[in-house]
Design a binder for this molecule. Structure first.
Ligand SMILES: [Zn+2]
Length: 589
């Protein structure tokens, strides 16, 4: 809480104004002041708890009579750029939080006592800016300060320390793999003295601490990837969130090298090899959350580029209907999955969520009777009651080899992670024609395009036609942020796009205005857009007759397929995503 001697000056004045204005009796003020002393609460909180003055009244009195802007710490938006201007130590000590920068450069600072000129002067000297005090109405400032400083400041501190002390590399190599792994699993008793010593004593391994902090930050913001990009003078860390890259910290090159080595140790990669691309993976536990990380390094002019992909295991496995697949599309996809044999494909560009859909589909097929086997690269989610095989190119096991080995195990249902070469394509088609249900992903523009892609890979068109049961195609679109969504007229271009696809007039649609909870992007999370082509006799005939993707697609639409762009616009109509997002997602491959 705020230290005692600062409070009376301002809050005394506030109490006085309230009494003079007839908003509070003198007795009430006296009682409130006693409670403040006893419970360490702020006047505004006590008054609200007692029900003597409402928040609205306080806001009015404070802004008009005392000429101080007010903000509720539980709702105020905080600009991270503003936070960066004031170091954590000062913010914590003075119990203040910079929340925004005005257009003229004035820094708005949330502070318990707007009359505390010592702190205001300190802030002004430090930042070289005018300071405007904003009074927190109600409690919650402490919490807000903690929340805004914790991740970012720990990270900055860790990087600073690692830069000063640890970039030589010796500290990293001392951390053996087992210890590194134990250290990453919090809260499991810590009976092993060795590992708990290492995890507490982070100053011995500042580089490891910097890596931990960057990873923690990535998980906090639910980044899908972290990039460590070396340049001529320094290295940049970038995070991909909802498909878009955001800039993270910039670190010196020496620290970059240290961090790459540290991650290689964690991921069981060769730290002496820096001239060849390498892959590896490791797992970390954050509270109750298990996260798998896949690591790839590639040599560049300035050093090794490292990309870490986070696989949030627990969240990755989701039923089909939670992915955004709905109505007729969901029904026909599920019907296709129930076929005793044949091939069901999931298609789309890279990063469209194909794997999640495949897992969603295969999970629905687990019935305890069927022998389900997968061949994947890599295994992204471990599933119960399913046999999973991983591609291991070093050992000579690629999709085609893996598929051949799998077939000896008498499977009923086979999931092939991806079809991208002729051998895998023809083996998958053969398996589908010999009594197996085969599920796979394929890189293609749309459902009809996926069928044609198999033909392009060299499979006989009539075999493709006979084996295919159905093809799904998908994209990921960003979801409108629920916290800042509002209705708006579409632009002329958006209206044209909507009207062409939907054959109806465009009205108002929801967009996200941008707020703190969505990083001012107006979007939060993503949702799948799906189309599903059932392979009818007519479509079979078209595929076998080497028709183009456009011809096949037109027939599928005539037979009732809701195409991607229409499925997307239907989501726009429901306020789930925006026209521009649907256009971006469905027109780009
Ligand atoms: Zn928002």
């Amino acid at each position: 809480m705020v230290s005692g001697q600062r409070r009376p000056r301002f809050e005394g004045r506030l109490g006085q104004v309230l009494v003079e204005g007839g908003f509070l009796t003198a007795d009430q003020l006296l009682e409130a002041e006693q409670l403040m002393m006893k419970e360490g609460k702020r006047l505004t909180s006590v008054l609200q708890e007692k029900g003597w003055t409402s928040k609205d009244t306080l806001t009015t009195v404070l802004s008009f009579h005392l000429k101080v802007p007010v903000a509720d710490p539980r709702q105020v938006e905080v600009d991270p750029e503003a936070v960066r201007l004031v170091p954590e130590a000062l913010a914590t000590e003075a119990n203040v939080l910079p929340i925004a920068t005005d257009r003229d450069g004035t820094l708005r600072v949330l502070m318990e006592d707007p009359g505390d000129f010592d702190t205001i002067n300190k802030l002004a000297t430090l930042t070289g800016r005018q300071i405007k005090a904003v009074l927190p109405i109600g409690d919650g400032l402490d919490e807000l300060i903690k929340r805004n400083y914790s991740a970012g400041a720990d990270l900055t501190g860790a990087i600073d320390m690692a830069t000063r002390l640890g970039a030589g590399g010796t500290a990293i190599e001392q951390v053996p793999r087992e210890v590194a792994q134990d250290q990453d699993t919090f809260g499991d008793g810590g009976t092993d003295a060795g590992s708990s010593l290492t995890s507490r004593n982070l100053s011995q391994a500042p580089v490891a601490h910097a890596v931990d902090m960057i990873t923690l930050q990535a998980v906090k913001i639910e980044a899908s990837d972290g990039h460590f990009r070396p340049g001529q003078d320094s290295s940049k860390v970038l995070y991909r969130v909802d498909g878009v890259l955001h800039e993270g910290p910039v670190v010196p090159l020496t620290l970059h090298e240290g961090m790459v080595s540290r991650v290689k140790v964690m991921a069981n990669m060769d730290i002496t090899e820096t001239r060849r691309p390498q892959d590896g993976h490791f797992t970390m536990t954050f509270g109750e959350r298990n996260v798998d990380f896949r690591v790839s390094t590639t040599p560049t002019t300035w050093g090794e580029l490292m990309v870490i992909r986070a696989l949030y295991r627990d969240e990755g496995l989701r039923p089909l209907n939670e992915l955004g697949m709905e109505g007729a599309t969901l029904i026909s996809f599920r019907r296709a999955l129930k076929s005793p044999y044949g091939m069901v494909l999931v298609s789309g560009p890279t990063g469209a969520g194909k794997t999640t859909t495949l897992y969603g589909g295969i999970t629905e097929l687990i019935d305890g009777r069927s022998n389900i086997i997968t061949i994947e690269e890599p295994i992204e989610y471990r599933l119960d009651n399913i046999n999973q095989v991983e591609v291991n190119r070093a050992a000579g096991i690629d999709f085609a080899h893996g598929l051949r080995s799998i077939l000896r195990l008498d499977p009923d249902i086979i999931l092939v992670g991806e079809i991208r070469d002729t051998e895998t394509a023809s083996m998958a088609v053969d398996s589908a024609l010999t009594g197996h249900l085969v599920l796979s992903a394929i890189h293609a523009n749309n459902a009809a395009g996926a069928a044609v892609r198999l033909v392009d890979l060299g499979v006989e068109p009539f075999l493709v036609g006979s084996s295919l049961v159905g093809v799904e195609a998908q994209r990921l679109a960003r979801r409108v942020c629920d916290h800042c969504k509002l209705e708006r007229e579409p632009t002329a271009m958006e209206a044209i796009a909507y009207e062409q696809i939907m054959q109806e007039e465009a009205s108002e649609f929801f967009i996200g205005e941008g707020c703190n909870l969505c990083g001012h992007t107006g979007y939060q999370g993503r949702i799948g857009i799906f189309e599903f082509m059932q392979v009818s006799e007519e479509i079979r005939r078209l595929i076998a007759g080497k028709s183009t993707a456009d011809e096949i697609r037109a027939q599928a639409i005539r037979e009732g397929m809701i195409p991607l762009e229409k499925a997307g616009m239907m989501m726009v109509k429901e306020g789930i995503t925006t026209i521009s997002e649907v256009m971006r997602a469905t027109f780009v491959v």
